[in-house]
Design a protein. Structure first.
Length: 376
């Protein structure tokens, strides 16, 4: 059969579109009707408490974005010019940018061949006297080897800031991601497990530090006298209307995670044994949120021709995140080889993961991928 006989999918397949509906509208309307749509009102606090309880964290502080959460974690821990912060080569640039904002130096380390997460052995090799912190990223919702990372951090007296922006609902040894390090950072962008339309959150065990961050992100206003500012603050607050939407989304988080995990099962079953295709693997004792399921060709073939072919057949897929040191603004920080990251990028794709899709949609995606691979 010729390649051209593979038929396009007639139904729209959603790549990572948010799943919002009547409940979110109801809560947004409550915020609007209350008159508190901006930075005052009860929904932000309720959202913080809901997420903290869900992940088992003592406290949480909502922010305007996941990037803001990462920045405030670094800022609160005193990261500054001259410090080094170790980050994985495969991540979104938002993990790295706050390090640079503070004048510190990001040090890129390679990733594990099978899980695509920070390689603990390369992390150990990258530590210097200047290293202040490490940011493990649970990429695509897949937990890092936190035992190894925390052990290395303890050995070298390093702060750990978990980038859990893609991993709400994921666990390592039955413990939620974002609760291992000094801070954990979540994101509620439109493509994440749950969304507030934007927004992020800081998790932590040091309630005093979190209280200080909550003060700083509100322009360092005194809780009682707005005109008093003892420190330079930031405008990184979450709005009340975002908090309201977040509460509604948290009522549905179990539904979303169940679907994403079912999608992953369908991808695993549907693509098993297909011409060198493998799926990103989990560490033992880890349970991914499967925020996104990703495939890789173990024979190292370039996935770009397949991506283009699938796009023509109405199957929206994307290349995985490009190693950050390969982008021009970050090349100057690239002093260490990250060869595995480059190989994974070259041969991997992110598959449709929106919970607006149905199980049969994911089955159709598998069928089209198999046909395309079979016929070149």
């Amino acid at each position: 059969m010729a390649q051209e006989s593979v038929q396009p999918i007639s139904k729209m397949i959603h790549f990572d579109a948010p799943n919002v509906g009547a409940l979110e509208k109801e809560y947004a309307a409550k915020a609007i009707d209350s008159g508190f749509i901006s930075t005052f009102g009860p929904f932000v606090g309720e959202f913080e408490q809901t997420v903290a309880k869900y992940v088992g964290a003592p406290s949480a502080v909502a922010t305007q974005s996941g990037t803001a959460a990462l920045y405030m974690a670094l800022y609160e821990l005193g990261v500054k010019a001259g410090d080094e912060v170790i980050v994985p080569a495969i991540t979104f640039v938002a993990t790295v940018n706050p390090v640079i904002y503070l004048g510190a130096t990001p040090v890129f380390v390679d990733v594990d061949e099978e899980t695509w997460n920070m390689d603990p052995k390369d992390l150990e090799r990258a530590v210097t006297k200047k290293t202040k912190a490490v940011i493990p990223v649970h990429i695509y919702g897949n937990p890092c080897d936190m035992d190894a990372i925390m052990s290395i951090a303890k050995k070298h007296n390093l702060y750990v800031i978990e980038d859990a922006t893609e991993s709400l609902g994921a666990t390592y040894k039955d413990r939620a991601m974002g609760t291992f390090g000094d801070f954990g950072c979540l994101s509620f962008n439109g493509n994440k497990v749950i969304t507030t339309g934007g927004g992020g959150m800081l998790l932590g065990t040091d309630v005093g530090r979190l209280k200080h961050i909550k003060y700083l992100i509100n322009q360092a206003k005194s809780e009682y006298i707005e005109e008093v500012h003892q420190e330079i603050g930031f405008n990184y607050r979450m709005t009340n209307i975002e908090g309201a939407i977040g509460i509604a989304q948290m009522k549905r988080v179990g539904e979303f995670l169940k679907l994403k995990r079912r999608f992953s099962e369908i991808y695993h079953e549907g693509l098993e044994g297909v011409s060198s295709i493998t799926i990103q693997k989990e560490y033992p004792n880890a349970r991914s949120s499967w925020w996104a399921t990703c495939l890789r060709f173990s024979d190292g073939r370039d996935v770009e021709p397949l991506r283009q072919r699938l796009a023509a057949l109405n199957v929206p897929v994307k290349r995985i995140l490009k190693p950050v040191p390969d982008y021009p603004p970050y090349a100057t920080y690239s002093m260490r080889p990250c060869e595995v990251a480059g190989k994974i990028y070259h041969s991997s794709l992110v598959l449709p993961n929106s919970t607006l899709n149905a199980e049969e949609d994911i089955g159709h995606v598998c069928a089209v991928i198999k046909e395309c691979v079979r016929h070149g």
